[in-house]
Design a protein around this ligand. Structure first.
Ligand code: DC
Length: 228
């Protein structure tokens, strides 16, 4: 079989990364989390003391010295490196979610990451998740899935995730961040979040994690069978 690409897009908290990671493991594909790349640029920006809403200060910084690297550990888990430093856990905070959403609306930031993301799918089978994978990054992906869930279901899941990490957050704060981020991500001019015409919609509001993974695997296995 030739290698194939699977694109999974959808709003935050729909379960994209958990489901994509599990599906990639089951299929033996490489999992690429593109949100982590935007979060890493967000971290670099915040470390420079740049505030959300100052896009003009982001551009010179990109050219100067931001190198984003990906590395995979023995368990196949993706780590993201900012100028060589593993920042994988530092980028998983509500503040970095907002910074990521801010920098991801800047066209130059998207252009900066485009080739890296495309190149990752050139030589090996990947499951790549994000907001514009099926529409912009990999428009020829063999399988496209738009993974979504109700805003409330997504906020509840994100709250649990953050609480498990010991973050002190309330449901109301998580819900309001999520509504704001959904709005920013879908209303921005550059590669907004939207379902590709040829993507299959999977709504996980009423599904368990196992059922969601199965729904995604079903699509991928059907495509792999056809490729044989
Ligand atoms: O999936 P995530 O929550 O880690 O993504 C963080 C932010 O990055 C999200 O608000 C939107 C942006 N993003 C994007 O614009 N395009 C992608 N392919 C992935 C993420």
């Amino acid at each position: 079989m030739n290698h194939i690409a699977v694109a999974i897009d959808g709003p935050s908290g729909a379960g994209k990364s958990t489901i994509a990671r599990a599906a990639a493991k089951a299929m033996g594909f490489v999992y690429v989390d593109t949100g982590a790349m935007y979060r890493t640029i967000g971290l670099a920006v915040s470390r420079r003391g740049i505030s959300i809403g100052e896009p003009e200060k982001v551009l010179p910084m990109l050219d100067e010295n931001v190198t984003i690297g990906l590395a995979y550990d023995d368990a196949g888990v993706q780590h993201v490196l900012l100028n060589g430093e593993d920042v994988s856990s530092l980028i998983r905070t509500p503040e970095m979610s907002m910074y990521a959403s801010f920098v991801s609306a800047i066209p130059e930031v998207r252009a900066f990451l485009l080739d890296t993301q495309r190149n990752l799918a050139r030589t090996t089978s990947v499951i790549m998740d994000g907001r514009d994978i099926g529409t912009v990054i990999l428009p020829d992906a063999r399988v496209k899935i738009f993974l979504t869930a109700s805003t409330e279901a997504r906020a509840k899941r994100r709250l649990l995730e953050l609480q498990e990490k010991g973050e002190d957050v309330t449901y109301e704060a998580v819900l309001s961040d999520m509504i704001q981020r959904d709005k920013q991500d879908s209303e921005r001019a550059a590669a907004p979040l939207r379902q590709a015409e040829d993507a299959v919609l999977v709504d996980t509001s009423e599904l368990t994690l196992e059922q969601s993974i199965d729904a995604v695997l079903q699509q991928i296995r059907a495509a792999v069978e056809e490729e044989r």
